[in-house]
Design a protein around this ligand. Structure first.
Ligand code: NCD
Length: 326
């Protein structure tokens, strides 16, 4: 979304009165539609800046602590790239086994430590609610990069930014989420976030044991967004504008036998996609482990690689905002 005047505060220091200065980003529940439009506007400007100059000094001298208690490729490297493209630097802690966490240090104490050295902390942790615990312990902003099966707000923001960039709108869309809707935190956040828009219809396709949690269904229903659950994609694929595919979250299953039963439940390939619209997109937060055949990668509707790039701009926007520079 282009803005008339630049919302980047270059080079006049941080604006402590800016709406997002010092704020945590813990859940998509904290965003109104106006907030989302503002974030996408800043992300759009970031995209323009990266295309024009690559790296610039908006966050020069600022330090990000990237604290990952769970594996990550995209989220951690895109936050690193985002910080470095803004001229800041990063303390990477992804091997928590080499940190004092192994000695039994609590999350709160680890956070209190890191905020002595960093201006902002990105946290991924296996427990739902961990980002909130971290935010209580910290004076500096905490950005939730995934808290167990809870939420993944920065992913949902980049997902929505992708939809807007690819389809030109976030209203009047049928979005079909497919796969592991029970344990997939990205879909928990995305369903909630999309419920801020007008004339959205959400379809959920999953095996019976991996349905969208009731808590999410209830919250979305409160916003009067129509939702429907299916076990097969066939009937609703032709009406779908966004097909959001997810990985079955093996690491979250209590019984490995249950995982074996559902792991190959859905596979998107060129044949299955034949009845879908020409103007639609297929998204995936990645990593994929077989849910989308590589044969589909060259289809123009395959948006999952472009989606990763949009993540860089959204994360640049969020860092600039919470550090009072946008
Ligand atoms: C997702 C996650 O960590 O929740 N990955 C990501 O951040 N892009 C999805 C997944 O792991 O399946």
């Amino acid at each position: 979304m282009p803005t008339n005047s630049s919302s980047l505060h270059l080079p006049f220091g941080e604006n402590k009165n800016a709406q997002w200065y010092g704020k945590d980003i813990l859940s998509v529940k904290q965003f109104s539609r106006a907030d989302l439009e503002y974030i996408f506007g800043v992300a759009h400007e970031m995209r323009g800046m990266v295309e024009r100059v690559g790296t610039f000094d908006l966050l020069k001298g600022k330090i990000l602590a990237n604290l990952f208690y769970e594996p990550s490729t995209r989220t951690s490297s895109s936050f690193t790239a985002a910080m470095e493209r803004l001229g800041g630097s990063v303390i990477p802690i992804s091997e928590v086994k080499y940190s004092s966490v192994t000695k039994g240090e609590s999350l709160s104490d680890t956070i209190r430590t890191l905020e002595c050295y960093a201006d902002v902390i990105v946290l991924r942790h296996p427990e739902t609610g961990s980002a909130e615990i971290a935010a209580k312990a910290a004076k500096k902003p905490i950005l939730n990069a995934g808290d167990g099966v809870g939420e993944h707000p920065t992913q949902a923001l980049l997902d929505a930014f992708t939809i807007k960039a690819e389809l030109g709108k976030l209203d009047n869309l049928t979005v079909t989420m497919l796969g592991d809707l029970k344990y997939g935190r990205t879909v928990h956040s995305l369903a909630r976030l999309l419920s801020n828009f007008t004339n959205i219809k959400l379809n959920y396709v999953s095996p019976d044991i991996l349905k969208m949690p009731k808590e999410v269904l209830d919250e979305v229903a409160e916003k009067k967004v129509p939702q429907a659950e299916y076990s097969s994609l066939e009937k609703i694929l032709p009406e779908t504008d966004v097909l959001y595919v997810t990985r079955v979250q093996k690491e979250r299953f209590e019984d490995p036998a249950d995982y074996e039963k559902v792991k190959g439940a859905y596979v998107i390939d060129p044949e299955i996609m034949k009845p879908a619209k020409k103007e639609m997109i297929v998204m995936h937060p990645l990593p994929r482990v077989g849910e989308i055949s590589t044969d589909f990668d060259d289809d123009p509707r395959a948006a999952y690689f472009r989606q990763m790039e949009y993540g860089l701009y959204v994360r640049m926007a969020l860092l600039a905002m919470v550090l009072g520079k946008a």
